[in-house]
Design a protein around this ligand. Structure first.
Ligand code: SF4
Length: 898
């Protein structure tokens, strides 16, 4: 392992969260404290970072880390653990064949990790049973690209999003899910107000707030929307016939399929009226420079591949592809989904963007690797892979950097399958996740800051993730673990890598191997770089073939697709919206991200700052649906279907589409009693891409009746017993905050609250000063414990939702309460007059709440986001909250004018 950079030296690395791939300057001081800033020279972000990226320094402590290999929950040496893993995989293969083992990896691992995993499985074990959680994120885009282009190519660059005249965002809450890209677009629109933005999304998200046109489309109506657009473009002769004739096949068939839908059919499938459709179609036809950007709302569908091709068809038909400001643009959720695609980390791909179905590609890869075998056919895609675990076909499974017990559809069934698998290895950074707890062997992996290698962002830009922290305990990189097992399985030389640079060199060489312009992915220019050059490698966009000009890296402006005749293929799309609601399950369940959390919160859940924005899982309901089922805002609501049920806080909002309910994807059993949304998502997949339909499940929502509601803040992690029917915990600056509810009355409230606060065994209960207020008539109980001026815990219980400012109460753990008045104020749950309640936190960088912003609008006349920034600093750092600030200004502007 190479030496660490000296303290106080800013290291250029890359954010480990979303597919924007922002460059970061990370600095570690002598005491080990890490600060991060945006890298002004990185072409993805030019110095910007969102709230998640800005808070990375808060997520790298060793609390909860897995530091040693474990066998059966007990510490073991690396030799013992690796011998066992290699032996079990070897035995399963010998007895049941290569397809009896599988790897399930992740878009979080680096390209070098991915490369070694894929090589071991496909080239040496001889199976293609390696799939990745990126299957859940962008597999439909991959399939759509390959159908149309003959290759998995994103044709454009981020610049195109800024220089276009019309940006259509489909199924993408960019403001929350790709915040820095969103900020780049907002800035471009401020400079060129003539640039139009259309948002196609069933919900009125924060992204929709800055759109010129929001189309609140019916779930899964996207293919019909774009089929209707193709028919409109044909009817109005907005076709680039020259481009289509020279570079495409299948135009007539695609237009015929699209034209078979009447305008009434399109309206019925999209839920949009004629005027809305007309407005969008006219705008698209009139805007030569147009980009259609899409993400999970398109991909996570049983017709996701058709949606992608319906979008691409419109860009091919108008020749708007691969030119500045034009093209279809898929953005990936994960930081290295694209790197995984490059190395063939999906079960149906080969390394170097080669095709597993092609014998010549298989032969080429095998010859390059000099491997004994090569997988002869596609392996099991994620959902099928866990089906095979469930029915016993998979005897040994290695899960790496992902949490399928929470993130795969039909999650309870996945958990049951993992429990019955004869041998499960999990490589992770944390010791306690919902998946690690089922591992026979757990292997400690390096985390962000300890990893060294490359990632590829959504615009095909490869950037370095650099190590600036020591590897703690016996932690090892994922590629090292895989290579060590490969060696133990008898494949010595092929896995004898001294460092990540050697793997990158081999990956680059394979991309160029007998390529000669026949494959899109070619980074042969880097096949010969040495370890020093790798260390200083600046971000670059592929392709970068050896000896080629490093100019425009866009694809397809002049055709030259990667099909046999080098022409693109129009794909006829005959949309039919899958309906999964019924009388018993009348609501469509839609899932997705919130602004400040990531995946299953294993990292963001560590940051108090990120937990202030939304600290509890919720179900967003339309007011009419809520009224119908008797649910009020902040009630608890049960969302269920035949697969299971989850309990969440209700958020009643007109932003939601009537007939739909939105639930965030992040909460696991580590953070809430029952909020794993994927327990309700059926294992239905797109027949071409294998991507699960995560945004269209039929469910029922109903009020979850409780006798007692509660909220607490505690210095120590709260202890929840089985009697607590609902709970959700989050970190705060000086401890924890917890929401809870009970279906039955509690007889000894004080005793129960003491146990919750962890004070009965600690001895603190004997010495702590307890203040309490009880009103049995209204079921109100408020108890607080102090150690001198320091608040240890405060518990608030009520028959209705507890009316205490959460952010204020959480801050009391970090405040001094020197006099009796201050302590009684905590029990009363009321801020002092001179310290008004900030309300729910909107700007997590500067802890500015909704009440602060509303006050600045109404009393101080701040009516722009910049004015709020000047007054309160809110929105002036990472900018992730600017859309919300704009919404609060709009809501209160009328009051300000009065
Ligand atoms: Fe990280 Fe935010 Fe940039 Fe995504 S937008 S890469 S989460 S800083």
């Amino acid at each position: 392992m190479k030496t660490l950079p000296p303290a106080d030296c800013a290291i250029k690395t890359t954010c480990p969260y979303c597919g924007v791939g922002c460059g970061i300057l990370a600095t570690r001081d002598e005491a080990g404290t890490v600060s991060v800033a945006g890298d002004p020279e990185h072409p993805a972000n030019f110095g910007r970072l969102c709230s998640k990226g800005s808070a990375l320094g808060e997520t790298i402590d060793l609390d909860g880390r897995m530091l040693f290999p474990e066998i059966g929950g007990k510490c073991a040496s690396w030799d013992q653990a690796l011998d066992l893993v290699a032996g079990k995989f070897r035995d399963a293969i010998a007895e049941h064949g290569p397809d009896s083992v599988a790897f399930y990896v992740s878009g979080q691992i680096l390209t070098e990790d991915y490369y070694v995993a894929n090589k071991l499985m496909k080239g040496f074990i001889g199976s293609a049973n390696i799939d990745t959680n990126s299957r859940l994120c962008m597999a439909s885009s991959v399939a759509g690209h390959r159908r149309a282009f003959g290759s998995d190519t994103v044709p454009g660059s981020y610049e195109d999003l800024e220089s276009t005249d019309l940006l259509v965002l489909v199924g993408s809450n960019l403001a929350w899910c790709h915040p820095v890209l969103y900020q780049r677009i907002v800035a471009a629109k401020e400079v060129r107000p003539g640039m139009k933005v259309v948002v196609v999304d069933p919900r009125r998200t924060m992204t929709a707030d800055f759109a010129d046109l929001h189309l609140a489309i019916a779930p899964d109506g996207d293919a019909a929307l774009f089929a209707g657009l193709l028919a409109y473009l044909d009817k109005t002769d907005t076709i680039d016939h020259e481009y289509v004739t020279a570079h495409c096949n299948g135009f007539d068939e695609a237009v015929a399929a699209a034209s078979a839908l009447s305008p009434a059919d399109v309206s019925a499938q999209t839920g949009l009226d004629g005027d809305e459709l007309d407005a969008f179609y006219r705008l698209f036809a009139a805007s030569e420079k147009s980009v259609t950007l899409y993400s999970q709302g398109v991909n996570q569908s049983s017709c996701g591949t058709d949606k992608v091709n319906a979008i691409i068809n419109c860009h091919l038909a108008t020749g708007r592809i691969g030119k500045p400001g034009m093209g279809p643009f898929s953005v990936t959720g994960q930081p290295n989904a694209m790197g995984g695609r490059e190395v063939g980390g999906l079960a149906n791909m080969l390394a170097g963007h080669m095709e597993i179905e092609r014998a010549d590609h298989r032969e080429m890869v095998q010859r390059f690797w000099q491997s004994p075998v090569i997988a002869g056919q596609p392996g099991l895609k994620a959902v099928d892979l866990f089906e095979a675990v469930a029915d016993g076909r998979i005897k040994a499974l290695w899960i790496m950097a992902t949490n399928p017990v929470d993130s795969l559809p039909d999650a309870d069934r996945v958990e049951a399958a993992i429990k019955t698998c004869p041998f499960v290895v999990v490589s992770d950074v944390l010791r306690e996740t919902d998946t690690v707890r089922h591992a026979h062997v757990a292997l400690p992996s390096s985390a962000w800051g300890e990893k060294d290698g490359t990632v590829t962002n959504s615009e095909r830009r490869i950037s370095r993730q650099r190590r600036f922290l020591p590897l703690p305990g016996e932690v090892k990189p994922d590629w090292w673990q895989l290579a060590a097992v490969g060696k133990r399985m008898g494949y010595g030389l092929a896995f004898d890598y001294p460092d990540a640079a050697a793997i990158f060199r081999e990956h680059a060489a394979l991309s160029a191997f007998e390529n000669n312009g026949t494959r899109d992915f070619d980074i042969g220019a880097y096949a010969g770089i040495d370890s020093r050059e790798f260390d200083s490698l600046p971000p670059f966009q592929w392709p970068q073939a050896a000896g080629a000009q490093k100019e425009d890296t866009r694809f397809f402006a002049n055709g030259n697709f990667y099909t046999e005749d080098r022409k693109a293929r129009f794909v006829p799309v005959a949309p039919e919206v899958p309906r999964r609601v019924s009388g018993d399950w009348p609501l469509v369940l839609n899932s997705g991200r919130v602004r400040d959390h990531w995946h299953t919160m294993t990292r963001t859940g560590k940051s108090p700052r990120l937990s202030t924005h939304i600290a509890e899982p919720f179900a967003e309901l339309h007011p009419e649906d809520a009224l119908e089922i008797g649910v009020r805002d902040a009630d608890l609501v049960r969302v269920s279907n035949p697969q299971g049920e989850i309990i969440l806080r209700s958020l009643v909002s007109p932003r939601q589409r009537k007939g739909s309910v939105f639930v965030p994807m992040h909460w696991t059993d580590q953070f809430a009693s029952a909020a794993r949304v994927d327990t309700l998502v059926p294992g239905i997949t797109d027949p071409i891409s294998g991507q699960p339909a995560s945004k269209n499940a039929g469910v029922r929502a109903e009020r979850f009746g409780v006798k007692l509601y509660g909220f607490a803040v505690c210095v120590e992690k709260p202890i929840l017993d089985k009697k607590t029917d609902y709970w959700a915990i989050a970190r705060s600056r000086a401890g924890w905050r917890v929401e809870f509810a009970h279906g039955t009355e509690i007889e000894d409230i004080a005793g129960w609250a003491t146990r919750l606060a962890g004070l009965d065994d600690s001895g603190d209960e004997d010495t702590a000063q307890r203040l309490a207020y009880h009103d049995a008539r209204y079921g109100q109980h408020r108890i607080a414990w102090f150690d001198g001026a320091r608040l240890l815990a405060a518990v608030f219980v009520s028959h209705g939702p507890v009316a205490v400012s959460r952010s204020w109460a959480a801050e009391q753990l970090a405040s001094e309460h020197a006099d009796a008045q201050a302590r009684f104020r905590v029990v009363a749950g009321r801020p002092a007059n001179d310290r008004p309640d900030p309300g729910a936190i909107v700007c997590s960088c500067f802890s500015v709440g909704v009440n602060d912003i509303a006050d600045a609008v109404v009393r101080q006349g701040c009516t722009s986001v910049d004015a709020i920034g000047k007054r309160l600093k809110a929105g002036s750092n990472c900018g992730s909250c600017r859309a919300e600030i704009r919404g609060i200004i709009d809501e209160h502007r009328v009051l300000a004018a009065e």
